[in-house]
Design a protein around this ligand. Structure first.
Ligand SMILES: CC(C)(COP(=O)(O)OP(=O)(O)OC[C@H]1O[C@@H](n2cnc3c(N)ncnc32)[C@H](O)[C@@H]1OP(=O)(O)O)[C@@H](O)C(=O)NCCC(=O)NCCS
Length: 337
């Protein structure tokens, strides 16, 4: 295991490889929301590293390994298998300490290109680990002294594991270090209005959004749900639920891309606001409030006397003002979404 000085050609190589991967999967459905990143130590200027470029691509849903292998073959990336059946980070990432996220969010696909050498981690957009590695990279980039400490720690570990036949124990030991710095890093992120990795999607959410009075398509519905980490019901159940709605809205960015949705279900006497979702990159810009305001206005125009919202208690603050200010009855239902 060799750790070498920082090489300025690493980011150039990473960009080229990411472009190749982008070209290979760029025409898949919803490819406009894929997020491509150069991650790991080679992505932190000045940091010593194993001379292997780490790349990450996040997708709404993980494709089958065989499907990815076929499509990525021309790029030189091939499926990587672990040295041992329990090798960490091959089929699943190691959850961070105290993680409450469901285990399947940590599933991944791992590829490598021995020629380069480079490693490609394919993760879900809602993978907590995917967010973690990008946050870690950005934290190291912003804190040269922490980066130096990390370098010293890594070199010590590399010496300790120099005789190992594989990287497995080295990787596990690094995981303990990550647990230690996690709280420090998150404090920094909160104090910085740091864009979380999924917010990289925001690179293309430009200008004001428009509210369009229509229901989301099944694809839009499922994609937005995935982007905020909600469960996705079967497509046919979504299709029949959507057509049974009283009214629906989608929020579109200037490129016509759907970045939010909301709908009203009910029977004319009772109305229920459901599925209010704004993609993470577009949150905090007033889109959610505008959608709910329009739904409430619609219920008033149609004389629906009782309007409630199905929402988790964690978003009660988001709804409170909107319903009470308009004199509409606000009933918070403890529905698990
Ligand atoms: C909740 C959600 C729809 C809000 O959309 P948004 O466009 O980011 O909201 P807005 O920009 O209009 O924010 C309006 C206000 O609500 C607050 N708010 C936004 N999201 C919130 C949340 N998750 N919890 C509590 N308050 C929230 C904002 O801070 C803002 O208050 P401020 O003006 O005092 O800063 C969006 O965060 C989302 O899609 N979340 C995941 C899905 C979800 O939980 N939907 C609601 C359940 S049906």
């Amino acid at each position: 295991m060799k750790i070498v000085d920082y090489d300025p050609s690493w980011p150039i190589r990473a960009d080229r490889l990411l472009d190749n991967v982008r070209a290979a999967i760029g025409d898949w459905p919803h490819s406009e929301v894929y997020v491509f990143d150069h991650i790991g130590s080679t992505a932190v200027p000045g940091l010593v590293a194993k001379p292997i470029v780490d790349l990450q691509v996040c997708l709404p849903v993980l494709p089958r390994l065989a499907e990815l292998a076929t499509v990525l073959a021309p790029t030189g990336f091939m499926p990587a298998s672990g040295a041992r059946p329990d090798s960490p980070g091959v089929y699943r990432d190691i959850p961070r300490r105290d993680s409450a996220a469901s285990p399947e969010l940590y599933d991944k696909r791992l590829f490598h290109s021995p020629e380069e050498p480079a490693i490609l981690h394919i993760r879900r957009l809602d993978s907590p680990f995917a967010k973690f590695v990008v946050l870690f990279r950005d934290w190291l980039r912003a804190h040269p002294d922490e980066a130096r400490d990390y370098a010293v720690y890594k070199c010590g570990l590399a010496t300790q594991h120099a005789a190992d036949p594989d990287y497995d124990d080295y990787t596990r030991a690094k995981s303990t270090y990550f647990d230690e710095i996690d709280a420090r890093m998150r404090r920094w992120a909160h104090s910085q209005t740091y864009c979380t990795p999924v917010a990289h999607l925001g690179a293309h959410v430009t200008g004001p959004t428009t509210l369009v009075e229509r229901l989301p398509t099944v694809d839009e519905y499922l994609l937005l749900r995935r982007l905020v980490g909600w469960k996705c019901p079967p497509e046919d159940a979504c299709a029949s639920a959507l057509v049974a709605s009283l009214f629906g809205l989608v929020a579109q960015d200037p490129d016509g891309r759907t970045v939010g949705m909301s709908r009203l279900v009910g029977d004319g006497l009772y109305g229920l606001v459901v599925d209010v979702v704004v993609e993470p990159a577009a949150q905090g810009q007033g889109i959610g409030s505008r959608m709910v305001a329009r739904l409430v206005e619609w219920t008033q125009q149609h004389d629906i006397p009782h309007v409630a919202v199905a929402a988790d208690t964690s978003v009660a603050r988001f709804y409170r003002g909107m319903f009470e200010d308009r004199g509409t009855r606000y009933l918070r239902l403890p529905t698990p979404l």
